[in-house]
Design a protein around this ligand. Sequence first.
Ligand code: ATP
Ligand code: MG
Length: 508
Amino acid sequence: MLLFLRNTSIKQRLTYIIMAISAVSVLLTTFAISIIGVYNLRLSILRELDVSASIVGDRNTAALIFNDDKQAEANLNVFSVQQTIVQACLYNQSGVQFARYGNKAIEEKKKLLCPTNLEPRAEIGEDSIELMKPIEKMQEKIGYIYLESTLDPVKRYIEKQTTIALSVVATTLAISYILAIYLQRTISRPILNLASTAREVSIRKDYNIRAEFEGDAVNEDRNEMHILTNAFNDMLTEIGARDQRLKQQYTELEKAKDAAESANRAKSHFLANISHELRTPLNAIIGFSSILMNQLFGPIGDQKYLEYVKDINESGSHLLDIINDILDLSKAEAGKLTLSYEEVHIGKAVNKSLTIMSERAAKGSITITTDIPKMLPPLVADRLRLIQVILNIVSNAVKFTESGGKVHVAIRTQGVDNEVTHFIITVQDTGIGMSMEDVEKAFQRFGQVDSGLNRKYEGTGLGLPLTKKLMELHHGTIAIDSEVGKGTLVTLTFPALPPAGTEYKSND
Ligand SMILES: Nc1ncnc2c1ncn2[C@@H]1O[C@H](COP(=O)(O)OP(=O)(O)OP(=O)(O)O)[C@@H](O)[C@H]1O
Ligand SMILES: [Mg+2]
């Protein structure tokens, strides 16, 4: 019932509610009246029966005293005019049945017998009312009279009441329907008005539309619908103002974003240009200093000059590394760094990086161990960038590990049904480690962890951000697990193949 109401309009709901309440109250009232009526009717039948028993009893005193059963029978026959009397029985002083009257119509249908129990009583049963009463003369019991009456008047009354109740309910329903249709409007109209305004606002996205309220404005504080309409309109004003502010802020943000993007582009452009411009003279410095270092055109003479030239060459190479990192990072951020994919023997690439690092590791008395499976399927990646990534991570591991420490490099694969889907390279060191906040910082440009300890380590803080970018370009991931004083574990995960459709050089 309630579920049915839930899917109807407010108009229908109010109409049904008003009709239901009216019908239920009319039914309850008629029911209550009928119950009282039935109760009273039964009592009055009993009273009538009692009066009849007294009159007929009196009339039969002579017949009882003179043992005249014929007269008694004739006296009882007066009940033949009362259709509701089922039977009447007369008993003498010693309780023996003396005379009897039985309703002919009822006797044709069922056999009637006078009761033998002479206990005085007045009982209302389901179908009949029974009365047993003693007959007295001068305070002395001279016999008994028994009367039984049908409850037909009660049944007829109930039938009549039911018909009346049904017609009253039907009339009430009809009248309450007409009244409900008319009255529900005072509630439903403002709500429907609000609903249609809300719908219009949502379709047209126009917050200047307002809901209107019909009715007098004098009692507006006492009328909840008026309060609701006003609150709704205030809300629209507020939304409208907020919308306006948001639009303004959005325009300002757009402008700021454009400005920031253009500044960033200018910065990347500047960095790329300056790096390029710096590389040309630097290559000359490195080239000429290495000619001098190798004394290609004859001996330098003083040993001191040779040391200075070596310093010039090393510093130049270091500077070139930094400039290359800056250039790569700027390119990657500008989305201009592209990978040239080929099938790479990942074991060989890792070993090559370790050979490059071996000298530095040996200098710091750091042992590098590996766990590289012999048979590995090829990984499709940019070979030089892959080596650059491994070098960055291993050089960090060596750099941030104290003398005598260990670095362990391992490769493992992940796959589905014998097919390798991912290559995982892990670099574990026993170095100084970092806290979790520092790991976050380490991925930012120039984000060296300033713990005081690492100030003694050289570097610019470009290695990890660049590595992260290169991993992203490979659609791979880098994860760092580290604990201060315990060491660091870097996990690089490469998908075995680039995204579908990417061209790459095959080894076949
Ligand atoms: N294995 C590691 N153990 C401890 N700290 C590390 C490790 N790797 C990186 N870090 C911390 O993260 C910072 C950033 O690393 P990143 O490689 O970006 O810079 P860098 O090594 O200092 O300089 P660059 O790599 O540019 O020469 C480092 O300065 C260091 O503080
Ligand atoms: Mg580094």
